[in-house]
Design a protein around this ligand. Sequence first.
Ligand code: ZN
Ligand code: ZN
Length: 827
Amino acid sequence: MPVTNYDPIQIEEKWQKLWKEQDSFRSKVDPSKTKYYVLEMFPYPSGKLHMGHMRVYSIGDVLARFLRMRDYNVMHPMGWDAFGLPAENAAIENNVNPAQWTAENIEHMKEQQNRLGVSYDWHREVNTSSPDYYKWSQWLFLLMYKRGLAYKEKSNVNWCLTCQTVLANEQVEKGLCWRCSSVVETRELEQWFLKITDYAERLLNDLDQLEEWPERVKLMQKNWIGRSEGAEIAFKVKGFAGKEIRTFTTRPDTLFGVTYMVLAPEHPLVKPLVEGTDREEEVMHFVSDVRQESEIDRTSEETPKIGLFTGRYAVNPINGEEVPILVGNYVLMAYGTGAVMGVPAHDQRDFEFARKYDLPVRVVIQPEGEEFSGETMEAAYDGEGKMVNSGVFNGLSDSEGIRKVTEYLEKHGQGDFRVTYRLRDWLISRQRYWGAPIPIKYCEKCGTVPVPEEELPVELPMDVALSGNRVPSLAHYENFVHTSCNLCGGPAQRETDTMDTFICSSWYFLRYTSPNTTTAPFDKESVDYWMPVDQYIGGIEHAVLHLLYARFFTKVLYDADLIQCDEPFSRLLAQGMVYKDGAKMSKSKGNVVTPDEIVASYGADTGRLFILFASPPEKDLDWNDQGVEGCYRFLRRVWRLVVECREELSTGSGHTDIGEAESELQRSLHNTIKKVTHDIEERFNFNTAISSIMELVNAVYAYRQANDQQQYNHQVLSDTLEKMVILLAPFAPHIAEETWSLLGQSESVHRQHWPGYDPELLQVDQVEVVVQINGKVRGRINVPSECSREQLIEAAHNNERIGDLLEGKEIVKTIAVPGRLVNIVAR
Ligand SMILES: [Zn+2]
Ligand SMILES: [Zn+2]
């Protein structure tokens, strides 16, 4: 066979076809083997893969292929997070049904993924918009409902004007919609919620179990959950017997420093406080103005804090002092109690507010060596110190004060120790068509009636009636809305909200374990075998939303005895972004490189290799055309090496001696095996793994150059080549298959066992260490650079010259500094 050129397109298509025919990546439950579940976050079927996708799939695929060769039973599934707004927008633009648009996109993206050679088990594919999937999303909603974790309530919600739907708090970023960046406003609507706050404490505490999660992700979740300890304190209202204002503070030690109170405009006490007084008109006017602004605007840093005196006074429970009660735009009813106590000396926001309205500032915590005064201080002091101006509590530290003041309030029935969370319940209602219908009916007689399990799925109407510039919500489909009550048989109406798509993605990793189960969301045996996910890979943008929701669902299912694990993802890798010329790839910047282009000009192997080589997975990656070119050249060099060696090995007879050249080659091989194994397994340092394979390729070229063809050791050379190809297989799977077969192998390279290394054949770096006796240099020894203190001392004593010099002497002590010296004190 003549030496042919490296033709990636032809090779890659050939092997992809074969893998498919041979069903190479199918995974099955096998209790005799150790399972490994490797999962990349499933994509939204937008219609085209971008480089971020290619990166995350390449990372996952290295791991999946490597672990299969390490004899793990690997599951590596893929699917589609298919509900959501873009499908509706596309439906309008192209006048197609969202379902059809989604199906076509899935078809196309799946082809693209396969063209990258990613080793997915397609038998496990899920599509969240298909009725056999969302049936179980609805079933899980009903499970939540039965467990008291789903409820409907009227509340202020975030409303995106462009998307025409509500958003969860997590989906609003700096006052803007996370999807379309439009301004979000507040509306009062009746909405479905999931009671994630019931799990706040567990979601927080169990972060400690997640040792293999990036610290920054855990910190983001921790901040989002936002646990704080403090006291809830009751202030009486002067002249209003029986009325109390309850407020939460993390700093009860500053209670003597309260100089005013502020209520949220929505606070139920506002109206009664001003009713019939000369303050009524002005205050109520202010209240109705503020209530038209969004909560996000009201609490934003840039919004001026506005307050209005109600004419009433609150009584401080600790000293009986009367302080004015104001209504303020920046206090929200939804968070805490809707009332805050103003401690301007020790809280910056309160300080600015007090200065603006000329309210008194009283220092009650004085740090050592400072003499703050309320009249002159220029900023609040929120650090540590001793209590002052605080009656019997004077002299206590702030932390003692927190405890003692709370105890005092508890004793007098005017306060309690409290733990509060920033986390709110999860708003899941969406007023959009393309989502899973919420399985609830409303009957005039029976009220809210959950759809019985046997009626699931509640299917979306497929006769989409496009109107104007949007797809109408389910309320517009008469046949969908009108139904009958399951309790009384009378007429009933269906809930017309659909579920937040984050519900679909909160359990898809469970469905993968048994995607064809028709009697349950997943098969018990399969889910207990495969879960938890051993390695999850995805973008940092999901640190709070998706990962928190998925943890919540897992815990609920654990409590319902449906699964055995209560955390879904053992290890998490948040991969970095892909940039080009220092900027995120985007159409508007004109710096987009697509996976399709790379595959067409260089092949998938080159693209994958570059992505993995250019940067460690968790770091950002800067796309670089020269780097891609370099990876292509390297693969061509591998190709040429195998083709030439194959020729040479088939003609010459060679020899079987192990000389210095053979030892050198073996050392290089075993070092590379050790490094690649360690880099993939322990650290995901694919870039350094690849560069050591590059060094090995150089070493084989060097061996051939240094030796006449007749002087090759055929055994050593072909063993080195074979192992080199195996090491390359997880990174560049197609060229590995092809070169493996060129080397005369008939079975797939991806079915080979990962090679082990022989520690005796490792190349060991030696260092020279000075040996002193009583501080004088008496000799030098060569030891392995990584040897321990004990090994170093032993080597010094074993040295012949040192041994002679110590003859007959008593050794008092030995000091060893690895890598530098040994000093023996003797007399
Ligand atoms: Zn929007
Ligand atoms: Zn009824």
